[in-house]
Design a protein around this ligand. Structure first.
Ligand code: DON
Length: 303
């Protein structure tokens, strides 16, 4: 398939559209990003890479990181993890709190913020030097030592992360958090601040398309765990827009409020997009359109 031509066509069709959503402002540092940025990167299972636009410019991956922390947490705990967090779509925004109270401190899934905080708690208990060890884990997945946290974004989110603090305190009150609230939040904000390009993201997510093995052939999770994580991406990766993403794009994927999206076609490819403007559900507007165009043009969705 002529992938480069398809990516270029999508890029050229969308790059100047005026309707591109709103850049996130509730984390002030994210609001400084140029809304004109737009990049696409495709990595096929045979290791071939194709990019268009700003695919080598790093950005804050935010909630996309929740997939990476989940994969490491599953590696630590195995299926016991599911006693502490469920796998059902929430149908609510990522920072919605009322369900957590109703469901007695068991978050609906690992991708809403409350669920991601439980996963961070697992990692804090499992790693000896959590922030450093997690960064090294991501670097190894991607085979790229240049990946780093963005401390400016960490500080910005710490100053405004009141809902995350509320969620963490609620989890603690229900006995679903072993570590100190402050330490879990600090780890969570670092995880969300990971600073990566579309190319780096597609490489990092290669293992989910490849039965748990990264580009170097090293196994990080089992094929069955990769299958389950893809299932959770499909059902929960876009919060209250997960149905729409499955309907329009037809792939497991994960978004972040930095405007990134990664989508996975198991056994076939990973694709990452970045456009900072978000739709009203908090997902990248152009990214979703680009992925819809890609799966429609190529016929390569999972359905
Ligand atoms: O906790 C937050 O609000 C952010 N660090 C991450 C939110 C996010 O990316 C939601 N995804 N679309």
């Amino acid at each position: 398939m002529e992938y480069q031509g398809i990516l270029d066509h999508i890029y050229n069709t969308l790059k100047d559209v005026p309707e591109r959503g709103e850049v996130a402002s509730y984390i002030p540092e994210l609001h400084k990003v140029d809304p004109a940025r737009f990049g696409l990167h495709l990595l096929t299972l045979d290791g071939k890479e194709y990019g268009s636009g700003d695919f080598d410019i790093p950005f804050s991956i935010q909630s996309i990181s929740k997939v990476l922390s989940l994969s490491k947490a599953l590696d630590f705990t195995g299926p016991d993890l599911w006693k502490r967090v469920d796998v059902e779509p929430s149908g609510n925004p990522f920072n919605f709190l009322a369900l957590l109270e109703l469901e007695r401190g068991i978050p609906r899934n690992p991708f809403i913020n409350a669920g991601a905080l439980v996963i961070c708690d697992v990692l804090l208990s499992g790693f000896s030097d959590p922030k450093e060890d997690f960064l090294n884990y991501v670097r190894e997945l991607a085979d790229d030592d240049s990946i780093r946290y963005d401390e400016t974004v960490v500080r910005s989110e710490k100053e405004t992360g009141f809902r995350n603090a509320a969620a963490a305190n609620l989890l603690k009150s229900f006995g679903n958090m072993e570590n100190e609230v402050e330490d879990v939040l600090d780890f969570y904000f670092h995880q969300c601040s990971l600073y990566m390009s579309c190319r780096q993201l597609a490489r990092t997510f290669y293992l989910f398309a490849n039965g748990g093995k990264n580009m170097k052939g090293k196994s990080f999770i089992s094929a069955s765990q990769a299958k389950r994580i893809n299932a959770i991406m499909l059902t929960c990766g876009f919060y209250d827009e997960a149905g729409e993403f499955a309907f329009e794009v037809g792939l497991p994927g994960k978004s972040g409020v930095g405007g990134g999206i990664v989508a996975v076609h198991p056994g076939n490819y990973c694709m990452a997009t970045w456009s900072p403007g978000l739709n009203e559900r908090g997902n990248s507007l152009l990214g979703m359109r680009a992925l819809e165009m890609f799966t429609t043009r190529t016929g390569l969705s999972i359905f």
